[in-house]
Design a protein around this ligand. Structure first.
Ligand SMILES: Cc1cc2nc3c(=O)[nH]c(=O)nc-3n(C[C@H](O)[C@H](O)[C@H](O)COP(=O)(O)OP(=O)(O)OC[C@H]3O[C@@H](n4cnc5c(N)ncnc54)[C@H](O)[C@@H]3O)c2cc1C
Length: 287
């Protein structure tokens, strides 16, 4: 069954890049940084993985050429499973290197999204293989819900690398992931503090006021200026808050997904919060 795109349009900027660029411009005009993500995951064909790499390369060039965003840290966010990770890690690393060559030339940062826990180690292996050659243009995502993240945070602090910290969007078993929210929040806060102290410009990715306020208070207490890190939220969620935080002097990045393969991303957003289901139902009855 193919669902009509307007259902997802609250959370997905468009089905094509050209439909999505006005969204990027509007966010930039409000002082918000943008991370563009071409949706798609779990590619099992070499040709498709190479095509994804080329799309990401075009995306880097398109973003670098945008007028009026020179003072903003626009970037791209990618999933390694789109670039051949499930076929062959060396092939995936090679695709990533070709992308990072252009990203470094154009000075565009590439964030490696984190997928389900079956891919965590492989994603971090590929990240560590390329990081020494592109230290200013690539960084991973860590998920507070995973029990292993404690030592992954240590490792990223040792490297001083920019990390995006999130709770984790994938259903994971209790052997490797905390299941209850207070415990996930507690872990998140511990990791946030370590990343803010020991890494340069990490991203605190959450819509959760408890975590946002605790990050602001921690930064104030330790004289960590607002330019040393950023907050990150998803396109379509807490839109007013995003703008208010930017006006208050915080770096705020909005993750902007686009593309025809929006269904898995859309279902993760619906599972996360009942308010998100409400946005979709409301759009059905509009006009
Ligand atoms: C920029 C970004 C990138 C991400 N990248 C990844 C990734 O690579 N891998 C991955 O696994 N996950 C990723 N995620 C998803 C993340 O792991 C969580 O699943 C998702 O952000 C939900 O957790 P939360 O902390 O934002 O808030 P939730 O746990 O959904 O909500 C907690 C509380 O926040 C407040 N809140 C939340 N939403 C709203 C709202 N719309 N309006 C008002 N209050 C609200 C409410 O008080 C709520 O009770 C990313 C998230 C962001 C923001």
């Amino acid at each position: 069954m193919t669902l009509p795109f307007f259902l997802a349009s609250r959370f997905v900027a468009g089905e094509t890049l050209s439909d999505s660029l006005p969204v990027v411009d509007a966010l930039n005009q409000d002082g918000l940084h943008v991370a563009l993500d071409k949706l798609g995951e779990h590619v099992h064909d070499r040709g498709e993985a190479e095509a994804a790499r080329d799309t990401y390369i075009d995306l880097v060039r398109t973003l670098a050429a945008r007028d009026g965003s020179a003072h903003l840290r626009n970037r791209i966010s990618i999933k390694l499973s789109m670039m051949g990770q499930l076929l062959d890690e060396d092939f995936c690393e090679d695709n990533l290197r070709q992308l990072l060559e252009v990203a470094a030339e154009e000075d565009v940062f590439v964030r490696l999204d984190m997928e389900g826990s079956a891919l965590t180690q492989s994603t971090l292996n590929i990240f560590e293989a390329v990081y020494p050659d592109y230290p200013n243009h690539v960084g991973p995502v860590l998920q507070a819900m995973l029990k292993r993240t404690d030592r992954d945070v240590d490792r990223m602090c040792e490297l001083g690398v920019s990390v995006r910290l999130c709770k984790g969007a994938y259903a994971e078993p209790s052997e490797n992931a905390y299941q209850d929210m207070p415990q996930i929040r507690d872990r998140y806060l511990d990791y946030m503090e370590r990343l803010l102290r020991h890494t340069d410009y990490s991203g605190i990715a959450t819509h959760d006021d408890t975590l946002i306020e605790a990050t602001q208070a921690f930064a104030d207490r330790h004289d960590i200026g607002p330019d040393a890190f950023e907050f990150q939220m998803l396109y379509g969620l807490r839109r007013e808050t995003q703008r208010e935080m930017a006006q208050d002097g915080y770096n705020m990045l909005v993750y902007v997904p686009y593309g025809t393969e929006w269904f898995p991303y859309f279902s993760r957003r619906l599972r996360e919060k009942k308010e998100n289901v409400w946005f979709v139902l409301r759009s059905l009855f509009k006009g």
